[in-house]
Ligand binder design. Sequence first.
Ligand SMILES: C[C@](O)(C(=O)O)[C@H](CC(=O)O)C(=O)O
Ligand SMILES: [Mg+2]
Length: 298
Amino acid sequence: MAHRSMPGELLREALQQEKPLQVAGVIHAYAAMLAQEAGFRALYLSGAGVANASFGLPDLGITTQNDVVEEVRRIGGAVQLPLLVDADTGFGAAFNIARTVRELIRAGAAGMHIEDQIAMKRCGHRPNKELVGKSEMVDRIKSSVDARYEESFVIMARTDALAEEGMEATIERAQAYVEAGADMIFLEAAASLEQYRTFIAEVDAPVLANMTEFGRTPLFTTSELAEAGIRLALYPLSAFRAMNAAALQVYLAIRKEGTQASVLNLMQTREQLYRILGYYEYENKLDQLFSSDGGSGD
Ligand SMILES: C[C@](O)(C(=O)O)[C@H](CC(=O)O)C(=O)O
Ligand SMILES: [Mg+2]
């Protein structure tokens, strides 16, 4: 039987094909289909996205392991692309973290990132983040690596230390995380390309840069990031923010004008929606299987 690549293998392959690998945030299954249509090789499920979009909650460590795993399953049912998953602080202590890893693998994720904030976490681009000590984070990584029964599953360690502790301490942390088995490092909230360069020179693992909008990190281009040595460029909520702005405009227009005529240009057409869903193939299948002459006769 032909070997079918595991999601983790697909993510690792994609990392070789594109430098930096652009990773598109998708808040749900249909967004994943849109990102696939646009040609991305890797997708991302944002913790903020799950909290904000699916639950109307802020990104403060309120959603659960199961909330995230459920979303991973749905996305995996819609697309084949490898999915990197935001596991926040791992959803508990050592055994919970181990279960997070196993459940994510079972749900079809390609990898996850786990961060060094305390469980009552905040968005990485907000002030007053609080971190666990280096050794506690090392324990989180060890629990993750130990629980990984599919070896290609990517365990990425995210450090939020830069804003709180400065570059030297951040590098020390990242080195310890790699030593503990992290495959890749997510350097959160860097403020300049120079910071990426300094960090990458000292850390022996592929580094991800978070290009989230309206945060601490300027919106660097892929060529700027490539030049600085960045291997993954993340756009966690870009499409979500755009969807939200468009949706609000549509709601306001309908309410104010009594018709949606003026905002049709903001909308995807029925034809576009159906094409990306593969709707027509389903319809053909219906016709083929259940056409009126060969049917049950009702
Ligand atoms: C990447 C992130 O962890 C997320 O959940 O998407 C957020 C993104 C954001 O709030 O802009 C983060 O950077 O903490
Ligand atoms: Mg997050």
